[in-house]
Design a protein around this ligand. Structure first.
Ligand SMILES: Nc1ncnc2c1ncn2[C@@H]1O[C@H](COP(=O)(O)OP(=O)(O)OP(=O)(O)O)[C@@H](O)[C@H]1O
Length: 331
């Protein structure tokens, strides 16, 4: 990753040994932007000025259509952006470490798995096909705890994620989608990270499994005092998990607020967010007209204006900032 102004990781206290925080946010994201250099001096503005924070025990769900920048934001937090990416802003953990400024060695040794646990998209693909679930778990226990006798800890990790002991010696291809998801969750929990990052954890699962996976992630967050940042385009899963919803459109967070008000009354405030909910089969089943803009060629004002029935000349010329939870001139 190429950063315009690299700074060393902020000195801070030793990494937390468990999910319990000191009352401050587990993660505070400020002005996080990611752009990709493409040919001919052009840039794709994948994430622009994201701002949010996450407390212990809180589930924040980031929703939005495909291509709006959700996964790029997650990759930025894990230091997994490709070489043509440039970042700005900060993403501070509770102990002061800035994930955007940390070098690869710090991220690999002290962040991934230890301070931030990743529940991946397509868990079956995340697991090595020739190794059993037990072998994955034992290797991760060894790597994160230094234990030389990891068998018991691996079995405990499986039990914690409700992965059945009877399937520990199975290979990934022998697992159902739900069990592969639990194996991946068990791996993510081993390091006792205070922050879990789940990128589309319910993709490819049938509705029952979506609900079960969502409930399990919520339980790991609430009951164990972690924070969960879940990325999804599945609004039903989002509703099941979220305390807070962030809606992303064309690289920007356009609405951020309590899930109860968003999914219940008074409902979303941004016209795009209202459109997303109205597109659901169980609601109006009316798609948002048009398609999102190219992130390399954003319009000057509100990026949603070309699709918005409420847009006026101000919307087409002045980009609305996120003010009191919504970025819309007409909200
Ligand atoms: N290396 C790269 N170079 C240029 N553009 C990139 C690169 N990686 C991602 N992008 C662009 O960044 C934008 C955001 O992609 P991202 O994968 O974050 O979307 P998303 O909201 O997660 O979508 P999905 O739900 O489909 O995963 C896309 O327009 C994508 O084409």
């Amino acid at each position: 990753m190429n950063r315009p102004d690299p700074t060393p990781p902020a000195p801070g206290p030793a990494p937390q040994s468990g999910p319990a925080g000191d009352g401050g946010p587990v993660l505070r994201v400020q002005g996080l932007s990611v752009r990709f250099r493409t040919g001919g001096g052009r840039y794709v503005e994948a994430v622009s000025g994201a701002e949010f924070s996450l407390a212990a025990g809180e589930c924040l769900v980031l929703v939005g259509e495909s291509g709006c920048g959700k996964s790029v934001l997650a990759s930025a937090l894990l230091g997994l952006l490709p070489g043509n990416a440039e970042t700005a802003g900060s993403a501070l953990l509770a102990d002061g470490l800035d994930l955007l400024a940390a070098d690869e060695d710090t991220l690999a040794r002290t962040v991934r798995g230890r301070r931030v646990g990743l529940v991946p998209q397509s868990p079956a693909a995340h697991l090595t096909p020739v190794r059993t679930v037990r072998s994955h778990l034992e290797e991760t226990v060894r790597a994160l705890t230094g234990s030389r006798a990891p068998r018991r800890a691996a079995e405990a990790a499986a039990a914690r994620a409700a992965f059945p002991a009877t399937h520990l010696d199975h290979h990934p291809h022998q697992l159902s989608g739900g069990l592969a998801q639990r194996a991946a969750t068990a791996l993510a929990l081993i390091g006792d990270a205070p922050l879990l990052l789940a990128d589309e954890p319910t993709t490819g699962l049938d509705r029952d499994l979506v609900e079960r996976t969502a409930d399990e992630l919520r339980a790991h967050t609430r009951a164990e005092g972690r924070a969960l940042l879940m990325i999804t385009h599945d609004l039903a899963a989002a509703e099941r998990v979220a305390d807070t919803v962030a809606v992303m459109y064309a690289g920007r967070i356009v609405e951020l607020g309590p899930a109860e008000a968003f999914f219940g009354a008074p409902g979303p405030r941004h016209p795009y967010a209202r459109g997303l909910l109205n597109a659901l089969p169980e609601r109006a089943f009316t798609p948002v007209p048009g398609s999102p803009p190219e992130l390399g060629d954003l319009p000057p004002g509100c990026a949603f204006a070309p699709r918005c029935a409420l847009a006026d000349p101000l919307c087409r010329t002045v980009r609305p900032p996120l003010t009191e939870g919504v970025a819309c001139h007409r909200a």
